[in-house]
Design a protein around this ligand. Structure first.
Ligand code: FBP
Length: 562
């Protein structure tokens, strides 16, 4: 069943439900007026031979771009399409479904859309609901995934793949649309490959979702949700900046979501100009130890204290811990040990028993590091990996670790006469707050277009593609649409102790314009109060306020002054 909780619509929601997203011109007349133009055969971003071996049927597909042209054939037969929301929530998920529904209905009023419930497990367990225009009505332009919920199940075993295939066939589906991040879209490709290999004519299409902003590349400009989530975090960080500037007595350490890449922290820093921001990718490139990261922050705190400013704001990316080389090595060793000793560990009752067992198996250097960590952090590092093999960094309180280490460091500096301030720190984690917000106008338009575009891909029987909408710093009317082969984005990485094909995550580019702008300005931001207070997302008002996109995207497309 779809969401049973009857939420009371706020007045904003009532108005937002009436908002009609702007479709790119190419899609405006509906799927019967769009033709698929195919480009050259493609290859994966790396490890071509290995990726081709694993995906013989979906490897090398050509890129697709949509052009104007009569295409009544694609709309003649009534089709049944399934959609699934996979992984973490991201603002705009409901609009992907709305765009998909509207595209399908525009093509043929007999087309039907079904939503698999609770994420990919809904496909395996055959749990779904028909998404009718009446059901969709209250969810248009809303945040959250509550219409059909989400989940992180990975469809990978023979039994799961077989069950998914059987259910798709039993329900006479013509296509499956997977709305997800890099891991979920890798899984979409696994399903597309399996169906082709089994001779089953059901298309699988992905849609790029994740607030983390790391599902992007030369073909995909950004994932949906990044815009809204960073605007929400920036509002909150900006409010804290204003609070410190008013009260002038606390240092705030704010960890921001973003499992691996530091895009969210960077974008929020560009929007708010705090006194310090750590960028995981830089820490890795400079091979900084945890102690060096603490030294870097202590210097900023001391410099401000010298001016009588015992306050400030520091942003910490959620994924930082995995970028500190010594921690990265420890986490990689833990990943393998946890996976190799799963059965043995399952028999143990307490986390300290598990910790002692794991420490006994670590090489001496890593065992010492593990023992040196505060007990809470060491335990958090041992928590179960998600089904895709990722450490659950949202549960690791890196900001508290840094504050604890800073207290010790600053006390030492005080003894040595190198610091004479007062360090009163408050920690925060802004994560889940940003994932289900009401989508910004950018995300509302982008997601609707991605869904509508996915409908056109499905009607044209494209399988193994990611819905692509480009030229995003232009007006939505001028956005370009098409499909990008999923295998084109893949490489081989180590997951759960094994080499696996996965869509390559986009990390913060240290030579890229967004990071260069930060490095040019951060020393000034550290000692001054250059704070910017972005305020809440605006849905009504001048277009330059309601429709603005991320600073990251503007920089990446050469649109912002250097
Ligand atoms: P996706 O990659 O699935 O979009 O999820 C990203 C994310 O929001 C991360 O920022 C965060 O670390 C993680 O999900 C939290 O996962 P969970 O929702 O399982 O706690």
């Amino acid at each position: 069943m779809a969401c049973k909780t009857k939420c009371v619509c706020s007045q904003l929601q009532q108005h937002r439900c009436k908002f009609q997203p702007v479709l790119p011109n190419i899609l405006k007349k509906g799927p019967a007026s769009v033709k698929a133009k195919t480009g050259k055969a493609t290859k994966s971003v790396a490890d071509q031979a290995a990726v081709k071996r694993i995906f013989p049927n979906t490897y090398g597909l050509p890129e697709i771009s949509f052009v104007k042209g009569a295409n009544a054939a694609a709309c003649k037969k009534a089709v049944r399409v399934g959609v699934v929301l996979s992984g973490g929530q991201a603002p705009g998920g409901h609009n992907v479904i709305a765009g998909l529904l509207d595209g399908l209905k525009k093509a043929n009023s007999r087309n039907k859309l079904f939503g698999f419930l609770g994420g990919p497990s809904g496909i395996v367990e055959n749990k779904f609901v028909e998404i009718t225009p009446a059901l969709m009505k209250d969810y248009r332009n809303t945040g959250g995934f509550d219409l059909i919920q989400s989940g992180r199940t990975k469809i990978e075993t023979d039994e799961q793949l077989q069950a998914a295939k059987d259910n798709l066939i039993k329900n006479k589906m013509d296509a499956l649309v997977v709305v997800g991040g890099d891991d979920s879209n890798t899984n979409a490709c696994v399903i597309a490959e399996y169906l082709k290999q089994q001779g089953v004519d059901i298309s699988v299409i992905g849609v790029p979702k994740t607030i983390d902003g790391d599902l992007k590349n030369a073909q995909i400009e950004t994932s949906f949700g990044f815009d809204t989530a960073t605007k929400i975090y920036a509002e909150m960080v900006g409010n804290i900046c204003r609070d410190v500037n008013s009260a002038r007595k606390y240092w705030h350490f704010i960890r921001l979501m973003g499992r691996s890449a530091s895009h969210i922290a960077l974008e929020v820093a560009l929007k708010t100009q705090p006194n310090a921001v750590l960028i995981g990718e830089e820490v890795l490139a400079k091979k900084m130890t945890l102690a060096q990261v603490v030294d870097y922050l202590a210097k900023i705190i001391a410099a401000r204290a010298k001016q009588g400013k015992n306050f400030g704001v520091c942003l910490v990316p959620e994924g930082l811990i995995e970028f500190i080389p010594e921690m990265k090595e420890l986490i990689a060793a833990l990943n393998d040990l946890l996976s190799d000793n799963e059965a043995e560990l399952a028999k143990m009752n307490t986390i300290s028993e598990k910790k002692d067992f794991i420490i006994s198996k670590l090489p001496a250097k890593l065992a010492d590091l593990m023992k040196s960590l505060p007990a809470g952090i060491a335990s958090q590092l041992m928590l179960d990996r998600d089904p895709h093999g990722n450490v659950q960094v949202s549960l690791i309180e890196t900001e508290k670790l840094l504050v604890e280490m800073l207290r010790v460091k600053l006390a030492d500096m005080k003894k040595a006469g190198k610091y004479n301030g007062k360090f009163s720190a408050i920690t925060h984690f802004f994560g889940y707050e940003g994932r289900c917000g009401v989508p910004s106008s950018f995300d509302a338009n982008y997601t609707y277009a991605l869904g509508y575009n996915a409908a056109v891909l499905a009607l044209n029987k494209c399988s193994g593609y990611l819905s692509s909408v480009r030229k995003l710093t232009k007006k939505p009317q001028d956005w370009e649409c098409g499909g990008i082969p999923l295998t084109m984005m893949m490489n081989i990485e180590r997951r759960k102790g094994k080499e696996k094909p996965v869509i390559r995550k986009a990390l913060v580019e240290l030579k890229g314009e967004p990071f260069k702008f930060l490095t040019k300005n951060r020393e000034a931001w550290a000692v001054s109060e250059s704070y910017v207070f972005p305020g809440p997302i605006q849905f009504f008002g001048p277009a330059e306020v309601t429709d603005m996109t991320t600073i990251t995207l503007l920089f990446e497309q050469g649109k912002k002054r250097k």
